[in-house]
Design a protein. Sequence first.
Length: 284
Amino acid sequence: MALRMMLDRLEMAERLDRIGDPLQRGVQAVLRGRIRDALHGVWLGHPLHPALVQLPVGAWLSAAVVDAVPGGNGPATVLTGIGTAGALPAAVAGLNDWASLSREQRRIGLVHASANLIAVGLYTGSLMARLTGNHRLGRRLAYAGLTTASVGAYLGGHLSYRQAAAVNQAETFLRQIPEGWQDVCAQEALADGQPLSARIGDVPVLVTRTDGAVTAMIGHCGHQTGPLAEGELVNVDGADCLVCPWHGSTFRLADGVVVHGPAATDQPLLRTREIGGRIQVALP
Ligand code: FES
Protein backbone atom coordinates (compact mmCIF):
# COMPACT_ATOMS: atom_id res chain seq x y z
CA MET A 1 0.00 0.00 0.00
CA ALA A 2 2.81 2.40 0.91
CA LEU A 3 4.45 1.61 -2.41
CA ARG A 4 1.27 2.44 -4.33
CA MET A 5 0.91 5.73 -2.47
CA MET A 6 4.52 6.58 -3.24
CA LEU A 7 3.96 5.89 -6.95
CA ASP A 8 0.78 8.01 -6.92
CA ARG A 9 2.78 10.86 -5.40
CA LEU A 10 5.49 10.47 -8.00
CA GLU A 11 2.94 10.68 -10.80
CA MET A 12 1.69 13.99 -9.33
CA ALA A 13 5.13 15.41 -8.46
CA GLU A 14 5.17 18.61 -10.51
CA ARG A 15 8.69 19.36 -9.28
CA LEU A 16 9.96 16.59 -11.56
CA ASP A 17 8.80 18.68 -14.54
CA ARG A 18 11.57 21.17 -13.84
CA ILE A 19 13.97 18.51 -15.04
CA GLY A 20 11.58 16.62 -17.31
CA ASP A 21 10.34 19.51 -19.47
CA PRO A 22 13.74 20.82 -20.64
CA LEU A 23 14.98 17.26 -21.04
CA GLN A 24 11.97 16.44 -23.22
CA ARG A 25 12.65 19.47 -25.43
CA GLY A 26 16.32 18.49 -25.69
CA VAL A 27 15.52 14.89 -26.66
CA GLN A 28 12.99 16.03 -29.28
CA ALA A 29 15.49 18.53 -30.71
CA VAL A 30 18.28 15.95 -31.01
CA LEU A 31 16.41 12.76 -31.99
CA ARG A 32 14.50 13.46 -35.20
CA GLY A 33 13.37 11.97 -38.49
CA ARG A 34 14.45 8.47 -39.42
CA ILE A 35 16.61 8.02 -36.31
CA ARG A 36 13.63 8.82 -34.14
CA ASP A 37 11.40 6.38 -36.05
CA ALA A 38 14.06 3.66 -35.91
CA LEU A 39 14.46 4.09 -32.14
CA HIS A 40 10.67 3.95 -31.63
CA GLY A 41 10.66 0.59 -33.44
CA VAL A 42 8.53 1.66 -36.43
CA TRP A 43 10.56 -0.72 -38.66
CA LEU A 44 9.92 -3.53 -36.17
CA GLY A 45 6.18 -2.95 -35.68
CA HIS A 46 6.87 -3.10 -31.94
CA PRO A 47 8.53 -0.74 -29.44
CA LEU A 48 12.30 -1.22 -29.63
CA HIS A 49 13.19 -0.27 -26.05
CA PRO A 50 11.82 -3.44 -24.33
CA ALA A 51 13.68 -5.62 -26.84
CA LEU A 52 17.00 -3.79 -26.32
CA VAL A 53 16.69 -4.00 -22.54
CA GLN A 54 17.06 -7.78 -22.73
CA LEU A 55 20.81 -7.54 -23.37
CA PRO A 56 21.88 -5.58 -20.25
CA VAL A 57 19.38 -7.35 -18.01
CA GLY A 58 20.39 -10.80 -19.26
CA ALA A 59 24.12 -10.09 -19.06
CA TRP A 60 23.95 -8.50 -15.60
CA LEU A 61 21.80 -11.31 -14.20
CA SER A 62 24.16 -13.90 -15.67
CA ALA A 63 27.12 -12.06 -14.12
CA ALA A 64 25.36 -12.20 -10.73
CA VAL A 65 24.98 -15.99 -11.06
CA VAL A 66 28.58 -16.48 -12.23
CA ASP A 67 29.81 -14.25 -9.39
CA ALA A 68 28.14 -16.59 -6.90
CA VAL A 69 30.28 -19.58 -7.91
CA PRO A 70 34.05 -19.91 -7.37
CA GLY A 71 36.35 -19.23 -10.33
CA GLY A 72 33.89 -17.05 -12.21
CA ASN A 73 35.90 -13.80 -12.20
CA GLY A 74 36.79 -13.86 -15.91
CA PRO A 75 33.31 -14.63 -17.30
CA ALA A 76 31.70 -12.24 -14.81
CA THR A 77 33.98 -9.43 -16.03
CA VAL A 78 33.04 -10.13 -19.67
CA LEU A 79 29.32 -10.28 -18.83
CA THR A 80 29.52 -7.04 -16.84
CA GLY A 81 31.18 -5.34 -19.82
CA ILE A 82 28.57 -6.66 -22.28
CA GLY A 83 25.67 -5.59 -20.07
CA THR A 84 27.09 -2.11 -19.47
CA ALA A 85 27.76 -1.53 -23.17
CA GLY A 86 24.29 -2.86 -24.04
CA ALA A 87 22.64 -0.41 -21.67
CA LEU A 88 23.50 2.57 -23.90
CA PRO A 89 21.28 1.76 -26.95
CA ALA A 90 18.49 0.63 -24.60
CA ALA A 91 18.69 3.96 -22.76
CA VAL A 92 18.64 6.04 -25.96
CA ALA A 93 15.58 4.15 -27.30
CA GLY A 94 13.85 4.54 -23.92
CA LEU A 95 14.59 8.27 -23.82
CA ASN A 96 13.14 8.65 -27.31
CA ASP A 97 9.90 6.90 -26.26
CA TRP A 98 9.79 8.85 -22.99
CA ALA A 99 9.78 12.22 -24.79
CA SER A 100 6.36 11.42 -26.36
CA LEU A 101 4.62 10.28 -23.18
CA SER A 102 2.02 12.15 -21.15
CA ARG A 103 3.20 14.34 -18.27
CA GLU A 104 2.31 11.80 -15.52
CA GLN A 105 4.03 9.02 -17.43
CA ARG A 106 7.11 11.18 -17.99
CA ARG A 107 7.44 11.76 -14.23
CA ILE A 108 7.57 8.03 -13.49
CA GLY A 109 9.76 7.56 -16.56
CA LEU A 110 12.23 10.10 -15.24
CA VAL A 111 12.65 8.21 -11.95
CA HIS A 112 12.85 4.91 -13.89
CA ALA A 113 15.64 6.36 -16.03
CA SER A 114 17.45 7.81 -13.01
CA ALA A 115 17.48 4.44 -11.24
CA ASN A 116 18.86 2.81 -14.37
CA LEU A 117 21.47 5.54 -14.78
CA ILE A 118 22.69 4.89 -11.23
CA ALA A 119 22.76 1.16 -12.02
CA VAL A 120 24.92 1.81 -15.09
CA GLY A 121 27.25 3.92 -12.95
CA LEU A 122 27.57 1.12 -10.41
CA TYR A 123 28.22 -1.46 -13.15
CA THR A 124 30.80 0.83 -14.76
CA GLY A 125 32.55 1.04 -11.38
CA SER A 126 32.27 -2.75 -11.08
CA LEU A 127 33.87 -3.22 -14.49
CA MET A 128 36.75 -0.85 -13.65
CA ALA A 129 37.34 -2.65 -10.36
CA ARG A 130 37.36 -6.08 -12.04
CA LEU A 131 39.71 -4.91 -14.79
CA THR A 132 42.18 -3.70 -12.17
CA GLY A 133 41.99 -7.04 -10.36
CA ASN A 134 39.72 -5.97 -7.48
CA HIS A 135 37.04 -8.62 -8.05
CA ARG A 136 35.69 -8.38 -4.53
CA LEU A 137 34.79 -4.71 -4.99
CA GLY A 138 33.57 -5.52 -8.51
CA ARG A 139 31.13 -8.08 -7.13
CA ARG A 140 29.82 -5.69 -4.47
CA LEU A 141 29.25 -2.88 -6.94
CA ALA A 142 27.57 -5.29 -9.36
CA TYR A 143 25.13 -6.54 -6.72
CA ALA A 144 24.34 -2.93 -5.79
CA GLY A 145 23.83 -2.22 -9.52
CA LEU A 146 21.49 -5.18 -9.90
CA THR A 147 19.41 -4.02 -6.93
CA THR A 148 19.14 -0.51 -8.39
CA ALA A 149 18.32 -1.85 -11.86
CA SER A 150 15.54 -3.94 -10.26
CA VAL A 151 14.00 -0.76 -8.83
CA GLY A 152 14.24 0.73 -12.33
CA ALA A 153 12.60 -2.36 -13.82
CA TYR A 154 9.76 -2.16 -11.29
CA LEU A 155 9.10 1.44 -12.29
CA GLY A 156 9.27 0.44 -15.95
CA GLY A 157 6.61 -2.20 -15.25
CA HIS A 158 4.45 0.43 -13.56
CA LEU A 159 4.85 2.66 -16.59
CA SER A 160 3.74 -0.07 -18.99
CA TYR A 161 1.17 -2.04 -17.02
CA ARG A 162 -0.49 0.60 -14.89
CA GLN A 163 0.05 3.76 -16.89
CA ALA A 164 -0.26 1.97 -20.25
CA ALA A 165 2.78 3.63 -21.81
CA ALA A 166 3.96 2.19 -25.14
CA VAL A 167 1.04 -0.22 -25.41
CA ASN A 168 -1.23 -0.31 -28.47
CA GLN A 169 -4.19 1.73 -27.21
CA ALA A 170 -6.28 1.02 -30.32
CA GLU A 171 -6.45 -2.72 -29.72
CA THR A 172 -8.97 -2.52 -26.87
CA PHE A 173 -11.35 -0.48 -29.06
CA LEU A 174 -11.16 -3.14 -31.75
CA ARG A 175 -12.39 -5.75 -29.27
CA GLN A 176 -15.51 -3.70 -28.50
CA ILE A 177 -16.81 -3.96 -32.07
CA PRO A 178 -19.44 -6.68 -32.49
CA GLU A 179 -19.11 -9.38 -35.15
CA GLY A 180 -20.81 -8.81 -38.51
CA TRP A 181 -21.26 -5.76 -40.75
CA GLN A 182 -21.91 -2.48 -38.93
CA ASP A 183 -23.60 0.49 -40.60
CA VAL A 184 -21.55 3.71 -40.21
CA CYS A 185 -22.80 6.33 -42.68
CA ALA A 186 -24.52 7.09 -45.98
CA GLN A 187 -22.37 6.87 -49.12
CA GLU A 188 -23.06 10.48 -50.10
CA ALA A 189 -21.97 11.72 -46.66
CA LEU A 190 -18.38 10.68 -47.39
CA ALA A 191 -16.60 13.18 -49.62
CA ASP A 192 -13.32 12.27 -51.29
CA GLY A 193 -10.32 13.31 -49.17
CA GLN A 194 -12.43 14.38 -46.19
CA PRO A 195 -12.32 11.86 -43.33
CA LEU A 196 -15.62 11.26 -41.59
CA SER A 197 -15.88 10.42 -37.93
CA ALA A 198 -18.46 7.72 -37.14
CA ARG A 199 -19.16 5.54 -34.11
CA ILE A 200 -19.97 1.93 -33.46
CA GLY A 201 -21.29 2.06 -29.89
CA ASP A 202 -18.51 3.77 -27.94
CA VAL A 203 -15.85 3.06 -30.57
CA PRO A 204 -14.84 5.95 -32.85
CA VAL A 205 -14.22 4.89 -36.44
CA LEU A 206 -12.57 7.09 -39.03
CA VAL A 207 -13.94 6.50 -42.52
CA THR A 208 -12.05 7.94 -45.49
CA ARG A 209 -12.51 7.91 -49.24
CA THR A 210 -9.41 8.64 -51.28
CA ASP A 211 -9.49 8.26 -55.08
CA GLY A 212 -12.73 6.31 -54.72
CA ALA A 213 -11.35 3.71 -52.27
CA VAL A 214 -13.05 3.59 -48.86
CA THR A 215 -11.02 2.68 -45.76
CA ALA A 216 -11.97 2.64 -42.08
CA MET A 217 -9.70 2.62 -39.07
CA ILE A 218 -10.13 2.84 -35.31
CA GLY A 219 -10.50 6.56 -34.61
CA HIS A 220 -8.29 6.67 -31.51
CA CYS A 221 -4.56 6.63 -32.23
CA GLY A 222 -2.79 3.51 -30.97
CA HIS A 223 -0.07 5.64 -29.36
CA GLN A 224 -2.03 7.65 -26.77
CA THR A 225 -5.62 7.65 -28.11
CA GLY A 226 -5.24 10.92 -30.03
CA PRO A 227 -8.36 11.86 -32.09
CA LEU A 228 -7.45 10.80 -35.63
CA ALA A 229 -10.55 12.58 -36.97
CA GLU A 230 -8.72 15.84 -36.26
CA GLY A 231 -5.62 14.62 -38.08
CA GLU A 232 -4.28 15.71 -41.44
CA LEU A 233 -4.30 13.74 -44.67
CA VAL A 234 -0.84 13.74 -46.29
CA ASN A 235 0.95 11.88 -49.03
CA VAL A 236 4.04 9.93 -47.97
CA ASP A 237 6.08 8.25 -50.74
CA GLY A 238 2.99 8.15 -52.98
CA ALA A 239 0.66 6.69 -50.33
CA ASP A 240 -2.25 8.49 -48.66
CA CYS A 241 -1.59 8.71 -44.93
CA LEU A 242 -3.18 10.23 -41.85
CA VAL A 243 -1.15 12.21 -39.29
CA CYS A 244 -2.28 12.09 -35.66
CA PRO A 245 -2.77 15.62 -34.27
CA TRP A 246 -1.19 14.86 -30.90
CA HIS A 247 2.35 13.59 -31.55
CA GLY A 248 2.47 13.15 -35.32
CA SER A 249 2.24 9.36 -35.70
CA THR A 250 1.50 8.73 -39.37
CA PHE A 251 -0.53 5.77 -40.63
CA ARG A 252 -1.05 4.55 -44.20
CA LEU A 253 -4.76 4.60 -45.03
CA ALA A 254 -4.69 1.56 -47.30
CA ASP A 255 -3.46 -0.87 -44.64
CA GLY A 256 -3.00 1.03 -41.36
CA VAL A 257 0.78 0.52 -41.41
CA VAL A 258 2.66 2.99 -39.21
CA VAL A 259 4.94 5.15 -41.35
CA HIS A 260 6.24 7.54 -38.67
CA GLY A 261 6.25 7.18 -34.87
CA PRO A 262 6.01 7.63 -31.97
CA ALA A 263 3.44 4.84 -32.48
CA ALA A 264 5.33 1.64 -33.16
CA THR A 265 2.35 -0.54 -34.00
CA ASP A 266 0.02 -0.37 -36.99
CA GLN A 267 -3.39 1.27 -36.62
CA PRO A 268 -6.17 -1.38 -36.78
CA LEU A 269 -8.12 -1.25 -40.03
CA LEU A 270 -11.67 -2.51 -40.54
CA ARG A 271 -13.12 -4.13 -43.67
CA THR A 272 -15.49 -1.89 -45.61
CA ARG A 273 -18.30 -2.37 -48.12
CA GLU A 274 -20.81 -0.10 -49.85
CA ILE A 275 -24.28 -1.54 -50.02
CA GLY A 276 -27.74 -0.01 -50.56
CA GLY A 277 -26.34 3.55 -50.46
CA ARG A 278 -24.67 2.91 -47.08
CA ILE A 279 -21.09 2.28 -45.94
CA GLN A 280 -20.60 -0.61 -43.60
CA VAL A 281 -17.54 -1.88 -41.72
CA ALA A 282 -16.63 -5.18 -40.14
CA LEU A 283 -13.83 -6.63 -38.02
CA PRO A 284 -10.76 -7.62 -40.07
S1 FES B 1 -1.65 10.02 -29.66
FE1 FES B 1 0.47 10.24 -29.86
S2 FES B 1 0.78 10.17 -31.96
FE2 FES B 1 -1.30 9.87 -31.77
